[in-house]
Design a protein around this ligand. Structure first.
Ligand SMILES: Nc1ncnc2c1ncn2[C@@H]1O[C@H](COP(=O)(O)OP(=O)(O)OP(=O)(O)O)[C@@H](O)[C@H]1O
Ligand SMILES: [Mg+2]
Length: 512
């Protein structure tokens, strides 16, 4: 690497929360025309570091230097004025705004030649802006709340680009994106690098880091433990730096045995999403469902929890008929569901970690009409240990946890419910490698105890590693069922894309 002069330098930044260090003397140097990767386990301090120079947190020590001059950044608008734009991990767009409003609010003065005022030109502008960067057509008058997570992400990134920043930060931008959307994002990022922007890119996906980044900094327990040129490093080395030792086996060795069928699905259809899907899941079994965006696979899993309208077909659960029209009914029938969009649907940010985890199991914890606090504490602690939830304590509000740790809390909540059937939607998105292994172990254990698990995933290693069978959907149809041990990633992908990855279907999944 030619040693490029730092545009933005962080020098020995330290930050504590309530006396607990989150960052310890971290330095980082962002050069123009360079994509700098930032990796580390859940809770390592990545988002905190970004929030320091984004004006959200104030550091206890250290300095932020821009163009060789120390600057003080005390608010997000300070950061923005200095040309620093951040696409945060937690989506911050107001759900009640339209897409056009979300893009333009607070941005009007920076438009220069484009005086965007009337509704019509606002709409025209919005459409072109998103289209130009991502080749995706989003209706400007739609409400943010009506968009998929992926679409919200695209709007947020487009918004960041509007003020023509010099430093652009992405905090796990692809966690909610499908592969081809991620590709579009990478293309956009490469163009920005060519234009000389300094880019910081946070991700748990090491393949993305290798594909996109020039340099990578590894954080561990709030320290910068390694800085390497991507070209000179292997994924194994990066993983080792992140966890500070050797990498444990990711997939558990299982001794499960499948029992009697628990779930029988016959001719399940939902208009325009999937058609005539039939399969069984037995007790003790983990069945994977996969498919490209728009395939209907995700919708099938969600529909069983009563989340999809207009579902037809016959379902038998534990020997009696089941109509999936209401999540409350689903819970009563012993079904647990872990949604992909956990930040929006799974977690109460202001409640303590303890309540978030025990909420769904309260019935089991009641004794003599009172919650048995001791048992509650044991259960919560056990689950936190199982999934290695890193939190200041069981009483800390969930808001204080890092993004990945919040996800683990939602998983812990549902995994504590003793359901018969677990429906999991991308259970390990945004979760680091070691926690992934723990989640796999817990899922395996649930099945070993006689539960049935149906898991939608697009992670091939996960699919093949922890499931017994894999159901593949394409264009709303169940096209193949594979035995996990006997198949290959190529075969899975082959079937998933056999019907052709038509982009016209993408609009659909977004609702799915
Ligand atoms: N507002 C806060 N109050 C108290 N503690 C906090 C707060 N924000 C973060 N922390 C703690 O600081 C540590 C670092 O969190 P941070 O969000 O930076 O992690 P991260 O590397 O971004 O993880 P992830 O990959 O899960 O997003 C964590 O232990 C977290 O619990
Ligand atoms: Mg984070």
């Amino acid at each position: 690497m030619q040693s490029k002069h730092g545009l933005l330098e962080l020098r020995s930044i330290s930050k504590q929360f309530d006396g607990i260090p989150a960052l310890r003397h971290v330095s980082l140097d962002l050069a123009p025309g360079q994509v700098h990767g930032l990796i580390g386990q859940n809770g390592a301090g990545k988002s905190t570091l970004i929030k320091v120079f984004g004006g959200i947190h104030r550091s206890d020590e250290g300095e932020v230097v821009l163009d060789g001059i120390a600057v003080s950044i005390n608010s997000p608008s300070d950061a923005r004025r200095l040309g620093i734009e951040i696409v945060h991990q937690d989506r911050l767009l107001a759900p009640t705004l339209t897409v056009a409003e979300a893009l333009l609010l607070g941005n009007e003065p920076t438009f220069g030649p484009l005086p965007v005022l009337d509704a019509a030109s606002m709409r025209r502008f919005t459409r072109t802006a998103v289209q130009e960067h991502f080749g995706v057509d989003i209706e400007p008058t739609q409400l943010i709340a009506e968009l998929s997570v992926a679409e919200q992400q695209l709007v947020q990134i487009t918004r960041a680009l509007l003020s023509a920043p010099r430093v652009l930060v992405f905090d796990e931008p692809t966690a909610a994106l499908a592969r081809h959307e991620a590709e579009q994002l990478f293309t956009a990022i490469r163009k920005l690098r060519e234009r000389g922007l300094a880019i910081l890119y946070v991700s748990h996906y090491l393949d993305e880091i290798q594909e996109l980044c020039d340099v990578v900094t590894v954080l561990r327990d709030g320290r910068d433990v390694a800085r390497v040129l991507v070209a000179d490093s292997t994924p194994q080395q990066l993983v080792a730096a992140m966890i500070g030792g050797s990498t444990a086996a990711l997939v558990p060795v299982s001794t499960r045995r499948a029992g009697a069928p628990l779930l029988r699905v016959c001719g399940l259809s939902a208009q325009a999403r999937f058609e005539d899907v039939s399969f069984d899941v037995r007790r003790g079994e983990i069945v994977g469902v996969t498919g490209l965006l728009g395939s209907g696979g995700k919708a099938v899993v969600r529909s069983l929890f009563g989340l999809e309208p207009g579902v037809r077909g016959h379902i038998e659960l534990d020997g009696s008929a089941y109509v999936p029209d209401d999540p409350r009914n689903a819970v009563r029938r012993g079904i647990a569901f872990v949604p992909e969009d956990r930040r929006a649907h799974g977690i109460a940010l202001d409640l303590p970690v303890r309540e978030n985890i025990s909420l769904a199991s309260l019935k089991r914890l009641v004794r003599h009409f009172m919650i048995d606090r001791r048992r509650e504490k044991e259960l919560v602690q056990q689950r936190m240990d199982d999934l290695q939830v890193r939190a200041p304590g069981t009483e800390a509000p969930a808001r204080q946890l890092s993004g990945g740790n919040q996800q683990k809390v939602v998983l812990a909540k549902w995994l504590s419910t003793r359901a018969n059937l677990y429906l999991l939607d991308e259970p390990t998105v945004g979760v680091d490698i070691r926690a992934k292994a723990e989640i796999y172990r817990v899922i395996d254990e649930l099945a070993a105890q006689g539960a049935a698990v149906l898991l939608f995933s697009t992670d091939l290693i996960e699919l093949q590693g922890i499931t017994d069978r894999i159901l593949i959907l394409a264009r709303g149809t169940l096209v193949q069922e594979l035995v996990s041990k006997e198949t290959t990633h190529q075969e899975i992908l082959g079937w998933a894309s056999a019907a052709g990855a038509s982009s016209t279907l993408d609009r659909e999944t977004v609702q799915a």
